[in-house]
Design a protein around this ligand. Structure first.
Ligand code: JCK
Length: 227
């Protein structure tokens, strides 16, 4: 999978080069490239934003600069992901779907976001005929300062589903069964007693059917408590 990320703060995306994802890139399973939006500015001040038509607070990122940046990176069949607080809420199902794609292109805005004509332009048939799909995604109901952290969240959730990127394909299968109605059982490791707290005895029994039943019940109890 190839991933491109465009931002005015490319150094914000530095963690993508580290650890798990760094190794997947060394193995050739993944190629992540981060791009500085400001290389597409032509004025002395390298400005990427301007005041909003219709008035109101804050600034809006200019369509022309984003168009130039995206034109350089967009490919046939790619998925363009625009992070925005009003987008479709990201979930595990969307992560699974995106993990099957060959090229993801992330547009990380700042300020009040990107001139909407950028989304409109890349959503036209000229692009859909080339297999290019545009997604507006939000990672949750809270307001961030920009799309950078959101894109890292999505990249982490998506790339760990690519075969060979995560060490443990068994846990992926387990999670895919979970992805509707999200349930998770509590986990324990040695020692069996810690600060007077005991590991549930059933987990030491070796009775795999009983353990599976206990975990399912514990998971559903926890899911209820989260409502
Ligand atoms: C991308 C700029 C900052 C802040 C204006 C918001 C009413 C618009 C996100 N889950 C998520 N939360 N926030 C983001 C996100 C925020 C972004 C950008 C993603 C680009 N900003 C910003 C405030 C507003 N309003 C509600 C008016 C943008 C994701 N993914």
């Amino acid at each position: 999978m190839k991933i491109d990320v465009i931002s005015i703060f490319p150094e914000y995306l530095a963690p993508l080069e580290l650890s798990l994802l760094g190794k997947a890139q060394d193995k050739g399973l993944l190629e992540i490239n981060v791009h500085d939006l400001r290389v597409h500015t032509s004025d002395n001040h390298h400005s990427v934003d301007d005041t909003p038509y219709g008035g109101g607070a804050g600034m809006v990122m200019k369509a022309q600069i984003w168009g130039d940046a995206l034109d350089d990176l967009i490919t046939d069949g790619c998925d363009l992901i625009i992070l925005t607080p009003g987008g479709r809420r990201f979930n595990q199902r969307m992560a699974e779907e995106l993990s099957t794609k060959s090229h993801l292109l992330f547009a990380c805005g700042r300020y009040e976001g990107i001139d909407d004509r950028v989304r409109q332009h890349y959503s036209t048939t000229a692009y859909s005929d080339r297999g290019i799909r545009v997604h507006e995604i939000s990672i949750g109901d809270y307001v961030l300062g920009g799309g950078e952290v959101a894109s890292m969240v999505i990249i982490e959730a998506v790339t760990r589903l690519i075969p060979g990127v995560l060490g443990n394909p068994e846990s992926i299968v387990e999670e895919s069964h979970m992805s509707e109605g999200f349930v998770e059982y509590p986990s324990f490791t040695k020692p069996a007693t810690w600060r007077d707290l005991e590991v549930p005895e059933i987990l030491l029994s070796g009775n795999h059917a009983a353990i599976a039943k206990w975990r399912s019940e514990a998971a559903h109890k926890r899911a209820q408590d989260n409502l």
